[in-house]
Structures are given as structure tokens and as C-alpha cells.
Design a protein around this ligand. Structure first.
Ligand code: FES
Length: 93
């Protein structure tokens, strides 16, 4: 199923459509979006972003508290979209 994803990074909106079950960071990097990252293992939180629409599931999270997750914060290197439409903001953190 095709999912719509909007990624906001450095004040630029990228509207993408994805088919595969990739992480948000993978999607961003494949589309030449300059998203921040380091460990890609759910440990450093460099890839922190905020979900403003839709839902994700994180493979691994050793950093974010339940409150932060409730506020929409995600580790984008660990997050796979689970809703058909999703908006991710790297600027609002
Ligand atoms: S890049 Fe380190 S937690 Fe995502």
C-alpha cells in the first residue's frame, strides 16, 4: 500500500509517497533530505523528530520517555510509518 509522507526539514516541505516498510530516516536520506543522524541504532537521539500527523512504530528506543513519545517525539532512525498519511518535522524539536 502506498503511504504519503511529508517531511519538514530546514524549513522545506518534502511531500513523498512510499511503498516499502522503511524507517523515516531511510526515506529522508534516499530523497536527499539533509536529516540529522549519527548512530542509526536508537542510542544517540541525533535523529530526533516530531510527528505532527499519523503514527509510527519504533524498532528500538532506549532514550525517549513515555511522555516524550506522547508529545510526538520519535527517533526517526527507528520509526516506521504505521498510518497511511504521516507528517514528520525535524525543525520542531
Ligand atoms: S541516529 Fe542515533 S538514535 Fe537515531
Amino acid at each position: 500500500m502506498i503511504k504519503k509522507i511529508k517531511i519538514i526539514c530546514d524549513d522545506v516541505e518534502h511531500n513523498l509517497e512510499i511503498k516499502d516498510d522503511k524507517t523515516i530516516l531511510e526515506i529522508a536520506l534516499e530523497n536527499d533530505i539533509d536529516a540529522p543522524y549519527s548512530c542509526q541504532g536508537g542510542i544517540c537521539s541525533t535523529c530526533l523528530a516530531k510527528i505532527t500527523k499519523g503514527t509510527v512504530e519504533m524498532d528500538n528506543n532506549q532514550i525517549l520517555t513515555d511522555d516524550e513519545i506522547d508529545d510526538g517525539y520519535i527517533l526517526s532512525c527507528q520509526s516506521r510509518p504505521t498510518s497511511n498519511e504521516i507528517e514528520v518535522n525535524y525543525d520542531e524539536i
